[in-house]
Ligand binder design. Structure first.
Ligand SMILES: Cc1cc2nc3c(=O)[nH]c(=O)nc-3n(C[C@H](O)[C@H](O)[C@H](O)COP(=O)(O)OP(=O)(O)OC[C@H]3O[C@@H](n4cnc5c(N)ncnc54)[C@H](O)[C@@H]3O)c2cc1C
Length: 411
């Protein structure tokens, strides 16, 4: 039985009653194997993904990306579900949990009644409603002639990387943040930003909004240089942006406090003004939007079912992945786990690393994950050329996966 509350009850972003309605972009991102998104698609094909062939059947020209005619895609998925002999679609809101096995994939805009049931089951502290995501850059692209390693007041193991600003750099950066072009917020996101103004979600405040409060606000806040003297000179910089590691491999770092509504090209331009990030490669861009999701590592069993009720699996964006393709992948993974033909995946694959990320209870702060090469362990003898390196990471993943599935790789 597949419950879908639309069309009678719409989410704030959906418009039709069709299954698999894409609410924003019509792109499932790149098909190329030198991109993490392309690799994820290839991995999903190895696991027998049924949605990708449907998407390919209705694709529209979009260069190297797999973009679809959104209506044809939703129609095709809906009719496949409707005509399936073992699936019954029930057009109703699902509000309470059954005792029988159940996959919950109600997405970033899960209905209020369902959120209430989840709250009662797993506790308020493990439910998140908004994403405030800072950009992530690759370690390889950082300039270590400017950047230095140090924890504030040397409390810790010098895990942070620090980008020191001179006064002129700082002023240029603040001005660029204020002038940068922003994404248009959806109507329901305006409600969120109204509450931000009342300091309700203060730690989700976009960095450009903080900059707008006054020229020194950032350097008295998230960019404060206190306790971060440059060990090479002993000097305290005018301001410091810290980079925090994203993975055990230390190959990806996020820009602390730089959650942002800036458009992607603006992020590329403006964050490269930060000393040491002049050639930064962005593995993920920053964003802020309404997004209901769980603190997966704290509430999931190893098989991605809930600790509080092991007959319930959470799939899609609600499980803490981010993006159309990642949501498809998470559902596929759970289907395979429930069918009993999967108990682990190599950490060298995007799927394996997403799985690991969602169950690693040692991670201090869980934020939604999208496919990126920073999730994967580094290569031995990695080539210097970035494209070659990514191709080799993809090759390694598919080779490791094909050993498990005993299938040759057809791409
Ligand atoms: C405004 C917005 C824009 C986005 N833009 C992009 C983008 O451009 N690219 C991208 O990759 N990702 C984007 N995302 C993220 C995107 O939503 C997810 O990547 C993906 O759609 C999540 O898939 P899902 O199956 O988990 O959830 P959804 O696709 O949202 O599907 C969840 C389904 O559950 C139904 N539902 C909810 N609650 C209940 C209930 N209680 N009972 C019954 N049915 C219920 C909903 O009607 C919906 O059909 C966007 C998200 C939002 C909110």
């Amino acid at each position: 039985m597949l419950y879908e509350m639309r069309p009678d009850k719409q989410s704030p972003a959906h418009e039709t009653g069709l299954c698999a309605e894409l609410v924003c972009s019509n792109s499932l991102k790149s098909k190329r194997l030198d991109t993490a998104s392309g690799l994820l698609k290839a991995e999903c094909k190895l696991l027998g993904c049924r949605l990708l062939p449907i998407a390919e059947g209705v694709q529209v020209p979009a260069g190297q990306a797999l973009a679809v005619d959104r209506e044809a895609f939703a129609q095709a998925v809906s009719s496949e579900l409707e005509s399936h002999p073992k699936i019954t679609i029930i057009r109703d809101e699902f509000t309470t949990f059954p005792q029988t096995p159940c996959i919950l994939a109600t997405g970033p805009l899960t209905s209020d009644a369902m959120m209430q049931s989840l709250r009662e089951l797993i506790g308020d502290q493990h439910l998140y409603f908004f994403d405030a995501i800072a950009p992530i850059v690759s370690r390889d692209s950082l300039n270590f002639e400017k950047i230095y390693r140090k924890d504030r007041y040397d409390k810790g193991d010098a895990d942070y990387l620090n980008c020191p600003f001179e006064k002129e750099d700082y002023l240029r950066f603040v001005e660029a943040l204020i002038e940068g072009e922003k994404h248009q917020a959806h109507e329901f996101e305006d409600v969120f930003f109204a509450s931000v103004k009342f300091s309700f979600y203060e730690n989700c405040m976009p960095v450009e909004e903080i900059a707008r409060r006054g020229v020194d606000t950032l350097r008295h806040g998230v960019l404060k240089p206190m306790g971060l003297e440059d060990p090479r000179t002993g000097r305290k910089p005018y301001a410091v942006l810290q980079l925090r590691t994203e993975n055990k491999d230390l190959s990806a770092y996020n820009l602390v406090g730089c959650q942002t509504m800036l458009r992607y090209p603006e992020q590329r331009k403006i964050f490269r003004l930060i000393p040491g990030l002049e050639d930064a490669e962005f593995l993920r861009y920053g964003s802020i939007h309404r997004n209901s999701y769980l603190n997966a590592p704290q509430v999931f069993n190893q098989d991605l079912s809930l600790k509080a009720a092991s007959n319930i699996w959470i799939a899609g964006q609600l499980s803490g992945v981010e993006g159309y393709m990642e949501s498809i992948a998470s559902g596929l993974l759970i289907a395979r786990i429930i069918l009993g033909d999967l108990s682990s995946l190599p950490a060298t694959s995007i799927l394996g690393s997403l799985w690991q990320r969602m169950t690693d209870s040692t991670s201090a702060l869980f934020q939604p994950v999208n496919a990126n090469f920073g999730l994967l362990p580094g290569l031995e003898n990695a080539p210097r050329d970035k494209k070659q390196k990514k191709e080799q990471l993809s090759e390694r993943s598919l080779t490791d996966l094909s050993k498990i599935f005993h299938k040759p790789i057809h791409l």
